[in-house]
Design a protein around this ligand. Structure first.
Ligand SMILES: NC(=O)c1ccc[n+]([C@@H]2O[C@H](COP(=O)([O-])OP(=O)(O)OC[C@H]3O[C@@H](n4cnc5c(N)ncnc54)[C@H](OP(=O)(O)O)[C@@H]3O)[C@@H](O)[C@H]2O)c1
Length: 288
């Protein structure tokens, strides 16, 4: 069976969106509100404000109780959009422990708990749980390793557990949308580990990225149309890399080693193991 469009697309629905204060979350909220739907925005911060939703609720998005609290908002569509990337790195470009834990939790573990809570929650209405992934999920990268790994885990979980949830709770559909690069601060984070030449290449991608409003419209359209995994267009390089990763993982690892030596600002030199220091350029906004 292919696509199953929602039957209630013209009726007012309650759309719950996590990460409502962010680039994509606020664009999604504005889009749904403009169509007359009720938008409940979710933020993990006590003091968060947003004009992209009818009301905003606080949810720490950490554990199973938080997951159940989201379901208690009784959504027709629950968009798990909140996500984090590495915005700080350590010596020699290493991921930081706390950030690694938080990125996995927010990008992969918490959405997984929400999916399980949705399967447990009795409801008479159809519920779409839409996790926002990334086209980065198909290929590991030494320039954004924790982000890529967490989005890959999310994609695996949705595809593996979604059919079980559907069998257990036929009203619940677990789905994944994989955006490509979106104009905004998150897309700039990979520059943290890049050398000057590679930074320029990344900058061209970020500057040419579509605005969030355009991506939000595309995602909302896809949600109504049906389909299990939706995706923005993937550049040829992404498709080639994920094919290579699937077919020849050892060769792919070697390619990453080469990429780190060629494109990283921490690449080993003749004088020592690494050049460069930990960088807070992204945090202070200088690169954006
Ligand atoms: N931007 C891109 O190029 C791109 C590309 C592919 C996929 N995506 C995905 O699209 C989604 C939205 O991205 P975006 O560009 O809109 O990012 P963004 O502007 O950085 O917004 C992310 C939102 O996540 C929330 N968040 C951050 N840390 C959190 C935490 N520890 N706990 C709970 N919420 C937290 C923040 O909301 P509060 O702090 O208010 O809670 C923030 O509003 C993410 O899942 C991202 O991975 C983005």
């Amino acid at each position: 069976m292919s696509k199953t469009p929602r039957s209630d697309v013209d009726e007012p629905r309650r759309i719950v969106i996590t990460g409502i204060t962010g680039t994509l979350g606020s664009a999604l909220g504005r889009h749904y509100r403009s169509l007359g739907h009720e938008v409940v925005g979710v933020s993990h911060r006590e003091d968060a404000l947003s004009d992209a939703c009818d009301r905003i609720v606080r949810n720490a998005q950490r554990d199973a109780d938080d997951a159940r609290d989201l379901l208690a908002l009784d959504p027709d569509v629950l968009v798990l959009n909140a996500g984090r990337i590495e915005t700080e790195i350590g010596r020699a470009g290493l991921p930081l422990c706390d950030a690694t834990e938080e990125i996995y939790r927010l990008n992969a573990i918490f959405p997984s708990l929400v999916v399980l809570a949705a399967a447990e929650t009795p409801s008479l209405r159809p519920l779409d749980v839409v996790a926002i992934g990334s086209i980065a999920d198909g290929s590991p990268s030494c320039f954004g390793p924790v982000y890529h790994a967490s989005k890959s885990a999310l994609h695996h979980f949705v595809t593996g557990v979604g059919p079980i949830v559907e069998g257990a709770s036929p009203r619940v559909r677990v789905r994944l949308y994989r955006p490509g690069v979106i104009r905004g601060p998150l897309s700039w984070a990979p520059v943290l580990r890049l050398d000057e030449r590679a930074r320029r290449i990344r900058a061209r991608r970020c500057e040419g990225a579509p605005p969030a409003d355009e991506v939000a419209r595309r995602i909302a359209h896809w949600i109504d149309e049906g389909g299990w995994v939706g995706s923005d267009a993937e550049p040829l390089s992404f498709r080639a890399l994920k094919t290579l990763y699937g077919l020849a993982p050892d060769l792919y690892y070697r390619l990453q080693r080469l990429a780190w030596r060629r494109g990283s600002r921490f690449a080993p030199t003749k004088e020592g193991p690494v050049a460069g220091e930990p960088d807070d350029a992204f945090q202070s906004g200088r690169t954006a």
